[in-house]
Design a protein around this ligand. Structure first.
Ligand code: SAM
Ligand code: SF4
Length: 331
């Protein structure tokens, strides 16, 4: 293996998140604008061949974990073909997908058969009305069908991601706790982050992990931390004290986990970002399309990782929200 991707704070980067499109079939208010979204032209998107070529270059640098995301990755045609190509790369030991689940019922088995093993389905509410309020679209029943289809296809665990937003998520907490206990799906609450297209995020709109833990303890039963927490994982995972039902927290705002970050990102238009919140990008697509030497591409990646900042600074006055919202970066 060549020298691994270690940044100036000693963090080793083995985890690449790849956005396959910025398009989406819903309009979550914390991510996209309600109307007039301008999507990338299709020829701007990296092809499956280009994505595969890039991943093959990253494996000798220690990248062994991938996650496909977007926009909504299942709107990219034949996504299972990309999964199959990536799963065939020697050295890739883990491929995950984050999806809103709307198109999942039709695709779950194909994706599993192509080699996908981990799936996170985003669902912010168990009430159809609240779902519609958040996503500004119909689709609740399809997501629930998608969750069942994922389980039936063999995905284990199936994780359900819910963004936690003050004055919005509170009524969903206890239903989600029971849902985790009844279905075996792990529910993960993600603190609302300043990556919304409307730039309306404020710290007091975030419902913090600690508050959710207290509500679950009071209304259902106390949670205990799960013993085996993977190194570098952003989530803290808990189990209800009787051992039934898992709940996780991605507390990016109240308990930043930058110190153990092992991730970097490739946007759908081929820009490399060393952090969700980074203000700079590296144009990998031009290098790929100009036929640059492998060494030049690797050097560009090393330079990007080398320039990674220590942390995101959301909790300071210095924080600047990136121009690209979440759907355009790839969450
Ligand atoms: N469309 C897919 C989905 O929703 O799962 C994949 C892309 S989405 C950008 C990835 C994840 O980011 C989702 O779980 C979504 O809820 C989360 N997300 C989007 N905007 C967010 C924000 N401002 N703060 C926290 N999480 C956010
Ligand atoms: Fe689409 Fe996912 Fe963004 Fe919601 S969070 S608008 S589903 S990309």
């Amino acid at each position: 293996m060549s020298a691994p991707l270690i940044d100036s704070f000693g963090r080793r980067h083995n985890n690449l998140r790849i956005s396959v499109t910025d398009r989406c079939n819903i309009r979550c208010f914390y991510c996209m604008p309600a109307t007039d979204v301008v999507f990338m032209d299709r020829k701007e998107l990296l092809s499956f061949e280009e994505i595969e070529q890039f991943v093959r270059l990253m494996v000798p640098l220690g990248v062994d974990k991938l996650r496909l995301t977007g926009g909504e990755p299942l709107v990219r045609r034949d996504l299972h073909v990309l999964v199959e190509r990536l799963a065939a790369i020697e050295g890739i030991r883990d491929i995950g997908l984050t999806t809103n689940g709307i198109l999942l019922a039709d695709q779950a088995q194909k994706l599993y058969d192509a080699g996908l093993r981990r799936i996170n389905i985003s669902l912010d509410a168990l009430s159809p009305e609240k779902f519609k309020e958040i996503t500004r679209r119909e689709g609740f029943e399809q997501v629930i069908e998608g969750i069942h289809a994922a389980k039936a296809a063999g995905f284990n665990p199936v994780k359900v991601n819910a963004v936690s937003i003050r004055n919005m998520t509170e009524d969903e907490i206890v239903p989600f706790g029971h849902f985790a206990r009844e279905t075996g799906a792990e529910v993960r609450f993600i603190e609302f982050m300043p990556l919304d297209a409307d730039a309306k995020w404020q710290r007091d709109k975030v419902l913090f992990a600690g508050e959710i833990i207290e509500i679950l303890a009071r209304e259902i039963m106390p949670l205990v931390p799960v013993a085996e927490q993977p190194a570098g994982a952003p989530a803290s995972d808990f189990m209800f004290e009787d051992g039934v039902g898992r709940v996780g927290f991605i507390a990016s705002v109240s308990q930043p986990f930058c110190a153990s970050c092992n991730r970097f990102r490739l946007t759908a238009d081929g820009r490399l970002r060393n952090c969700l919140f980074s203000l700079d990008e590296t144009d990998i697509r031009s290098l790929l399309r100009e036929g640059a030497a492998d060494e030049a591409i690797v050097e560009a990646v090393r330079a990007s990782i080398g320039a990674k900042k220590e942390g995101h600074e959301i909790n300071t006055a210095r924080f600047i929200q990136p121009d690209r919202p979440m759907y355009s970066i790839g969450g």
